[in-house]
Design a protein around this ligand. Structure first.
Ligand SMILES: Cc1ncc(COP(=O)(O)O)c(C=O)c1O
Length: 398
């Protein structure tokens, strides 16, 4: 261990995307980066204008309040009521965050520590197990299998229930793109109430969906506020990842524990950003719909081109991720991702970076404009059709 690194840092692996950035820089040339899920679309102009107006207001120049401006929390409650028909008390059931990543991390610190167990679905956004490890708690992976639509087996959750302090879910899911139906949330809430554990649903992709029914909130289940907290973000919906603004809503004790850590760590998001976020929540649905349409077209362009080339990738119903097994007989996702970078100069994320049960899959993030996605798919198609292992697969799939 290095001299100036805490021993607890030894409990977490290197951050996946830092490693991908290094490999990308080493490769050089015209690399198409579909690795990290950082939206490439600009923030809609009216939201930027709302920020500019708010930045001039002196009320925003002091320290923000810890839970966030009441006006912004009211905007969150209003959005929840319209979008999910869920009633929230802005005073005690909503807190603003410097992005949902910050909130999830601090919630884990506020609720878990040595002797506690946190269940999380695997493959997952790596923050849940890594923050559990840093807090001294024990993370337990609950596998997500393709055959079960990438939902966890609820018998496994029931068995683990008596040991769990917190269960972390993420639907719509990064990286699998799965959407959980309300019936699934109903069973999870019943198990949480039976065993007394808390439930996190990281719901940051709820507005990027392409089916006829928008994804639900776990808080739509009666009684969910006894045990559940949900995280949202403006990062993906309105392309505001750099602004660092999100929110946590739900069970007031969970919200309070999160806030106690935040009070001792940060001072909340800049008030002007909260004003702009409130504007987006109250007036921004048409821009969210526009972004959804862009991602839907990208999904169709990319998936269709790969499928035409013989790689039968699944077409996601939500999120901007394509989660798929590598084509042909390739089994090693990490080796495949390196091969793709070397042969096609296309970056994808190897599934193992999202946990043990992500092995054998790769993830493409559709965060490049359509022409670049066409180009990426064309390079991949040309390469695959030169290599014998894909030809075998192609004849089988066709
Ligand atoms: C599942 C999930 N949760 C949270 C985040 C972070 O969002 P934010 O920008 O609000 O911190 C991401 C970002 O990729 C994500 O995929």
């Amino acid at each position: 261990m290095e001299r100036f690194a805490a021993r607890r840092l030894g409990r977490i692996p290197p951050y996946l995307f830092a490693e991908l950035d290094r490999l990308k820089a080493e490769t050089g040339g015209d690399v198409i980066d579909l690795g990290e899920g950082s939206p490439d679309l600009p923030t809609p102009k009216p939201i930027i204008n709302a920020l500019v107006r708010a930045a001039a207001r002196s009320e925003n120049h002091g320290y923000p309040t810890y839970a966030g401006k009441l006006s912004c929390r009211e905007a969150v409650a209003g959005w929840y009521a319209r979008r999910f028909r869920v009633k929230l008390d802005p005073g005690s059931e909503v807190t603003m965050l410097i992005g949902s990543k910050e909130g999830v991390g601090h919630l884990i610190w506020g609720t878990c520590g040595p002797g506690d167990t946190l269940g999380y679905t695997d493959p997952a956004y790596p923050i849940y197990p890594n923050q559990a490890r840093l807090s001294g708690a024990r993370p337990i992976a609950i596998p997500l299998r393709e055959g079960n639509g990438f939902l966890p087996d609820l018998d496994v959750v029931d068995d683990l229930g008596p040991r769990l302090k917190l269960l972390c879910l993420n639907y719509p899911s990064n990286p699998t793109a799965a959407v959980a139906p309300l019936s699934f949330f109903r069973e999870v809430v019943a198990l949480a109430r039976k065993h007394g554990f808390g439930v996190v649903n990281d719901c940051v992709y709820s507005e990027l969906s392409f089916g006829s029914k928008p994804p639900p909130s776990i808080l739509q289940i009666p009684g969910a506020k006894d045990c559940c907290i949900e995280f949202h973000s403006l990062s993906k919906t309105w392309s505001m990842a750099g602004w660092r603004i999100g929110m946590a809503v739900g069970n007031r004790e969970l919200v309070r524990s999160l806030l106690r850590i935040k009070q001792n760590t940060d001072s909340g998001p800049f008030g002007a950003i909260q004003d702009a976020a409130a504007w987006a929540l109250e007036h921004g649905e048409r821009f969210a719909a526009r972004h959804r349409e862009v991602y839907r077209r990208r999904r169709d362009v990319f998936c269709r081109a790969l499928r035409r080339a013989g790689w039968q990738v699944p077409v996601p119903e939500a999120t901007f991720y394509v989660w798929t097994r590598p084509p042909g007989k390739r089994r090693d996702d990490y080796a495949f991702a390196l091969e793709l970078l070397r042969e096609c100069r296309v970056v994808c994320a190897p599934g193992v970076g999202f946990g043990r049960f992500g092995r054998g899959f790769v993830r493409f993030a559709l965060v490049q404009p359509e022409p670049r996605l066409r180009e990426a798919a064309a390079r991949i198609g040309t390469w695959l059709n030169r290599t014998p292992t894909t030809k075998t697969r192609r004849s089988r799939d066709d």
